[in-house]
Design a protein around this ligand. Structure first.
Ligand SMILES: [Fe+2]
Length: 193
């Protein structure tokens, strides 16, 4: 007997269901808390990114980070719109995960040589860890907003989610063309000397 027969009936639940018009559900409370968390994270990033930009070696990475700073400011104001749509005051709550990721970025800068390509390769990786955290968060927030029937909030959050994904892809392409390779060559040249 194939195991698939024992799948619970709940898999047949309609996916279009949008329940919660009720304002004070536990889920809505959690959603608002998660908003506060990413609001803190984005605000903190607007302060951390300029330092990363300053530490970067190549103009290419500096300008990618510059673009990300402008986007991040926009993400902060979009979150304020979402708070408003939820009838809540925009409030930041310390995000331990983002604090950790930013600390890691700082130590990467300390541990790599100024003006080296290795530093850029390392900064890109640190920045992508930040992006992946944001992608996970916004992805979850979009799904929850849709579930609660907060479609306008979901649309705003989805815009940011899309930009985070693009930033992540952009960083991959900078790394692969050709910062990582140049960092590798830099290591070989040092070994030969
Ligand atoms: Fe962002």
């Amino acid at each position: 007997m194939p195991k698939t027969n024992s799948l619970p009936a709940k898999s047949k639940k309609p996916q279009t269901k949008t329940a919660g018009a009720k304002g004070n559900s536990k889920l809505e409370e959690f959603f608002t808390d998660a908003l506060k968390d990413i609001y803190w994270a984005e605000k903190h990033l607007t302060k951390a990114l300029p330092k990363m930009k300053k530490a970067a070696t190549t103009e290419e990475l500096k300008s990618a980070i510059e673009e990300h700073i402008a986007q991040t400011e926009e993400h902060v104001s979009r979150l304020e719109q979402v708070f408003e749509l939820m009838g809540k005051k925009a409030q930041a709550k310390k995000c331990d995960a983002m604090e950790g990721l930013i600390k890691e970025g700082d130590s990467i800068v300390e541990e790599t040589e100024e003006g080296s390509m290795t530093r850029d390769a390392a900064i890109i990786m640190a920045a992508q860890k930040v992006e992946h955290y944001e992608i996970a968060t916004y992805g979850g927030l979009v799904s929850l907003a849709k579930t609660m029937g907060k479609n306008e909030a979901a649309d705003i959050l989805a815009m940011t989610l899309e930009e985070e994904k693009q930033t992540d892809e952009g960083l991959t392409s900078i790394a692969e063309n050709d910062i990582n390779w140049e960092a590798e060559m830099e290591g070989q040249m040092e070994a030969e000397n």
